[in-house]
Design a protein around this ligand. Structure first.
Ligand code: LLP
Length: 420
């Protein structure tokens, strides 16, 4: 459930008409709803009730400071994957002891940053990383608290590009080698082993792969404990999918049941790293139709938003629902259109052969479910602006990131002052 509904004939975010924001900030822009973010967090937290759980919001999904703060205020921790994200999480008020640092390629500087801030845990993805961390912690006179991310060789049945738990994927340490690695790690002077981590992919639409992965984790915990390793914390990653179109996805409650069934009696603290589930349906991308173009075989709605603003359709063939901001009359004529951006690539397409109420140049549209992996993945391709982000709370809205105009970007470029 989200808080983007038609009110008095105009799509509104909570109690604010989208057309009013469009008037003030210009299109395209991202618009997020506080109540929706808070609700999704709450629903996920309720699904885990009774478990010793900490929810570490995956900042990569939407790293706007105001979004992180909204969640921090509700008690969320953070899962970060770079020094930049760590900075953001701390600045937004997430306590260091609720921050986990993930990622396959953490640099020495990033590891040092994490140690300096005394975060809860660093997730180790390889042996080379483990040894570098041991060295860096040694230099700083610290002991690094870690979890080992295992690669369970399980197919999450999601898009190939966001599947992370198969043996051919770059993530984690092969589950068959984890015992050896942990045995060696336990002898390193600057490493403290807290437990294990897993994350098999994103936008999972089935529970079975989670169940399989959790069973593998439970079996490994049993083997390690039998060998004297304590294993007090399990990080179960993120990955629960959201309904982009009318597809059904597992409920957080059912996901929580699987966790309880498989891992509930292990006596481990549990960390969760949801990203998309919390913010995905809490955001829309608002855009204007620039032209309606009659092609040889198609009618095109050409928008002022493009693939550089929202990469997901071109990168993952994602299908986001598209709706008119002004509520169409009941029984309005539908026209079959391709919805495209202005960028010079055929891949700059948001939808093909979509039946939409007849639209004209100047009409506002909203591309839904754009709160996760939208603004954070935007680029300036074609020298386009980075578009504003707006957060709504009840009847108020606030620009939480200003437009970064092409002109500003250009001001960072220099012509070399070579002699000849
Ligand atoms: N934890 C780790 C270690 C991750 O790598 C990710 C996402 C998450 C948690 C959060 O996963 P979520 O709950 O959001 O599924 N750009 C892609 C998604 C990439 C996901 C990367 N890792 C997209 O737009 O679909």
């Amino acid at each position: 459930m989200d808080h983007f509904d038609y009110k008095n004939g105009i799509l509104s975010a909570e109690d604010v008409a989208i057309s009013e924001i469009a008037e003030a900030v210009g299109t395209p822009f991202y618009c997020y709803s506080t109540a929706t973010i808070e609700r999704h967090y709450q629903v996920f937290a309720e699904a885990l009730e009774g478990l010793p759980a900490t929810i570490c919001y995956a900042v990569k999904a939407n790293s706007n400071l105001a979004v992180i703060k909204t969640l921090a205020d509700k008690g969320a921790g953070a899962d970060v994957v770079s020094s930049g994200e760590l900075m953001r999480a701390l600045k937004a008020g997430v306590p260091a002891k609720k921050i986990v640092f993930s990622g396959v390629g953490k640099t020495r500087d990033e590891l040092a940053h994490a140690l300096k801030e005394d975060i809860l845990q660093i997730n180790i993805e390889s042996e080379p990383e483990l040894h570098v961390l041991n060295e860096v912690a040694g230099e700083m006179g610290k002991k690094a608290e870690v979890a080992f991310r295992i690669n369970p060789d399980i197919d999450a049945h999601t898009h190939d590009k966001i599947s992370t738990g198969r043996s051919e994927d770059k993530f984690g340490i092969e589950w068959t080698r984890i015992h050896d690695v942990i045995t060696r790690a336990s002898k390193l002077p600057h490493i403290k082993i807290a437990g294990l981590a897993i994350h098999i992919g994103s936008q999972l639409t089935e529970l079975q792969p989670f169940r399989d992965a959790f069973i593998r984790l439970r079996d490994i915990v049993a083997i390690l404990r039998a060998d004297g390793h304590a294993m007090t914390r399990l990080d179960l990653g993120g990955g629960l999918g959201i309904p982009y179109d009318d597809a059904r996805t597992p409920s957080p409650a059912d996901y929580g049941k699987v966790v309880k069934e498989v891992l509930g009696d292990l006596d481990c603290d549990l960390l969760f790293e949801p990203g998309r589930l919390i913010v995905g349906n809490a955001g829309i991308l608002v855009t204007k139709v620039v032209y309606v173009k009659e092609g040889a075989t198609r009618r095109f709605l050409i928008l002022d938003a493009a693939m550089n603003d929202l990469m997901r359709p071109s990168l993952y063939d994602a299908k986001h629902n598209i709706v008119a901001v002004i509520e169409p009359n009941e029984g309005a004529n539908l026209e079959r259109v391709d919805v495209v951006g202005p960028v010079c690539e055929t891949g700059d397409t948001f939808a093909t052969e979509l039946d939409l109420p007849a639209a004209e140049a100047g009409d506002l549209l909203a591309i839904r479910s754009a709160g996760a992996y939208g603004a954070v993945m935007a680029s300036t391709y074609n020298s386009r602006d980075l578009i504003p982000e707006v957060l709504v709370k009840k009847g108020a809205y606030s620009i939480i990131r200003e437009r970064i105009a092409a002109e500003t970007m250009l001001s960072y470029e220099n012509l070399p002052n070579w002699e000849s």
